[in-house]
Write a protein that binds this ligand. Structure first.
Ligand code: COA
Ligand code: AMP
Length: 638
């Protein structure tokens, strides 16, 4: 039996023994009474009775243990032309002081705090300061519009909102303050205070009595100590898109999360204390939480926080400059970033300009890694290129080629094998285990390993409905795919209404809800269609109310503006087709997946339940009108 097989089998046969051993790598105030509590299935809890503090594990213990002068954080911001370095001792001091400031505002254990920030050190400091106090942070991606921020405020009910005066998107300055003020206006549960970090290039006006200046607060605060919390207490809530307009509040506990992430760095990423790890993502996404902040710091690595893009800041050599300048061993990003680099530097001339000898691994996740991009990156870099699959819900990888355990030959298009702890089973349409190479829904037999979301914030019933009820005893990933004869997993895409735009997860259901508010729209449908750069792009189809005579172009502009204003520009919503009717089943269900196949020029079967097959032809024509589905007519199977 190979090393991977041995470790994997142990993790499945004896999860308590396996994760109990892994938990020794974490510092606890009090050890757990039970590693795995399965007394309330399917709500499994890890390390019950244990007490720890995640910030202590990320900072204090390294300072005490000899890493005080090692770099903890390198902030590299080509958009502001800044590089700032923080040792573990310096970062601890800043975090403890800011925790003191929060404490002074009455923030304590179990309180919620929303962090709406660009990619600046203060975002990490705020997250770690919350963790230090046992407060629960909820980071909201800075690209979200006020409406989305307000939804999250209302659900999380934060005592304090922490933000900054603005960000730079390339050369454009984005002011945050008008968006924050708008979100306050829209929300019902307004936070008591709003802390603003003033950036030098844009000054936010302060509302007296509510808004506080970060620097002033931190200057007069005294450092706060770590507060012990239960292993099962929440560390954070991270909202993610589901199939409806209401985002799901993914909850992460303290104990299981720390154990899983600490285990993942050496075993999956082959990365160890003292080495430099860079996740080129955003703190607003799960990758940012797990692999910009918590995993590298809990492990004692140096983490890189990059405020820039893969291209245009200033050129497609940006990633190689950062890798070379900071001695990055492991880089983690989304395939989209590589497709963007490939488009601008197809022969890799920019790679040759830098010494990337310390660079060993490129990990990609967030969306499917297409074989072309895999080959391009691998052939030019001559480094390990590792596709791995995970979700906000899991918090760390489900399938991967575990570089620290045993390196398997790569099969492009596959994210290799289940990570120890994940008992992956493909189920067919009847919920029975599928055979090798048979496509079905990907599930994981319960219990899931530590670090996975134990439930949704204040929504146990929704958790059961979304993940557990469909196939009792299994976690439903909502991804489809298959396992081949060698046990490699191929993740082919979502089986629900979630789409993936440049590695960003978005709900078409939510977009439909927003478009439906347009006064001229009677009905609408949104689908995700394939895009060479961003993986998928949303396209809307609208049926206008009787008597509306507006030009299609005007409708299109208004609908685009609606989505930008309500969700954000990063949704990349640009195309709307005005149609006379939508294809539906006789019972009235819109045939979105058939529409998607038409748009992607895939073969499709006209569903026997369709009300009127002619509606599909109309959709095909509408798509052609906006530049899609040129070949679809040959693809219809009747
Ligand atoms: N705050 C505010 N606005 C943002 C934003 C943020 N954090 N991120 C993106 N946007 C805006 C952009 O300014 C742009 O607005 P515009 O339509 O007014 O020009 C829009 O959202 C689309 O942005 P983006 O997706 O970045 O498109 P792009 O064409 O500028 O760049 C890529 C293309 C490929 C370089 C970029 O999408 C990218 O870096 N992708 C990788 C993303 C990633 O790492 N995802 C992984 C999450 S795990
Ligand atoms: P998020 O919760 O934003 O991380 O998005 C999770 C979704 O992204 C998954 O359910 C998949 O659909 C997709 N995804 C993430 N990583 C991969 C991958 N390596 N291969 C295929 N799809 C992926």
């Amino acid at each position: 039996m190979g090393k991977y097989e041995e470790i994997f089998q142990k993790s499945i046969k004896d999860p308590s023994g396996f994760w109990g051993e892994a938990a020794e790598a974490i510092d606890w105030y009090k050890k757990w009474d039970k590693v795995l509590d399965d007394s309330n299935k399917p709500f499994y809890r890890w390390f019950v009775g244990g007490e720890l503090n995640t910030c202590y594990n990320a900072l204090d213990r390294h300072v005490k243990g000899g890493r005080a002068n090692q770099l903890a954080l390198i902030y590299d911001s080509p958009v502001t032309d800044t590089i700032q370095k923080f040792t573990y001792a310096e970062l601890l001091d800043l975090v403890a002081r800011f925790a003191g400031a929060l404490k002074g505002l009455g923030v304590g254990k179990g309180d919620t705090v929303i962090i709406y920030m660009p990619m600046i050190p203060q975002a990490l400091i705020a997250m770690l300061a919350c963790a230090r106090l046992g407060a629960i942070h909820s980071v909201v991606f800075g690209g979200f519009a006020p409406h989305e921020l307000a939804i999250r405020i209302d659900d999380a009910k934060p005592k304090v909102l922490i933000s900054a005066s603005g960000a730079k998107e390339g050369t454009r300055v984005l002011e945050y303050k008008p968006m924050i003020d708008k979100a306050f206006e829209l929300s019902k549960n307004k936070p008591q205070k709003c802390i603003i970090y003033q950036r030098p290039f844009v000054k936010a006006p302060i509302i007296s009595g509510r808004d506080l200046d970060w620097d002033e607060l931190a200057a007069k605060a005294s450092p706060a100590d770590c507060v012990p919390v239960k292993a099962t207490d929440p560390l954070y809530i991270l909202y993610t898109s589901g199939t409806t307009g209401v985002p799901k509040g993914i909850v992460r506990d303290n104990g299981g999360h720390a154990v899983a992430l600490r285990w993942s760095l050496p075993n999956i990423y082959d990365t160890y204390p003292g080495e430099v790890y860079w996740a080129a993502s955003d703190v607003g996404w799960v990758v940012g939480h797990s692999y910009i902040v918590y995993a590298p710091l809990i492990t004692g690595c140096t983490t890189v926080l990059y405020e820039g893009k893969p291209v245009g800041t200033p050129d497609p050599g940006a990633f190689w400059r950062v890798v070379s300048e900071h001695g990055v061993k492991t880089l983690f990003t989304a395939p989209t970033a590589f497709r963007a680099i490939k488009r601008e530097d197809p022969s890799g001339d920019f790679i040759k300009k830098y010494d990337i000898s310390k660079f060993k691994y490129l990990f990609l996740a967030g969306e499917r890694l297409d074989p072309d991009t895999y080959h391009w990156a691998h052939d030019l870099l001559k480094k390990h290129v590792v596709d791995h699959w995970w979700q906000t819900e899991t918090g760390w990888p489900i399938t991967a080629n575990c570089m620290g355990i045993e390196q398997f030959p790569v099969k492009p298009g596959s994210s290799t094998k289940p990570v120890p702890g994940y008992n992956i089973t493909i189920l067919d349409a009847d919920g029975k285990p599928a055979g090798p190479n048979q496509t079905g829904v990907i599930t994981a037999k319960l219990p899931l390993p530590p670090g996975n979301s134990p439930t949704l914030w204040n929504a146990d019933a929704r958790y059961l409905e979304a993940y557990c009820n469909m196939y009792p005893g299994y976690y439903f990933t909502a991804d489809g795919g298959y396992k081949d004869d060698d046990g490699y997993i191929f993740v082919m895409g979502r089986v629900d209404d979630v789409i993936n735009v440049a590695g960003h997860r978005l709900s078409t259901g939510e977009m439909e809800g927003i478009i439906a508010t347009h006064p001229d729209v009677a009905e609408c449908a949104v689908i995700g269609v394939g895009d060479n750069l961003k993986g998928q792009l949303p396209i809307g189809f609208v049926v206008l109310k009787a008597g509306v005579r507006k030009a299609a172009d005007e409708i299109k502009k208004e609908v685009t503006k609606l989505i930008r204003d309500e969700i954000g520009a990063f949704a990349c919503y640009k195309e709307t087709a005005v149609v006379a009717r939508l294809p539906k089943t006789r019972s009235g269900k819109i045939l979105r997946s058939t529409m998607r196949k038409i748009a992607d020029s895939e073969k499709y079967t006209v569903p026997s339940t369709i009300d009127d097959p002619a509606t599909l032809v109309e959709i095909s024509q509408a798509l052609k009108g906006i530049g899609y589905a040129a070949k679809n007519d040959e693809c219809i199977t009747l």
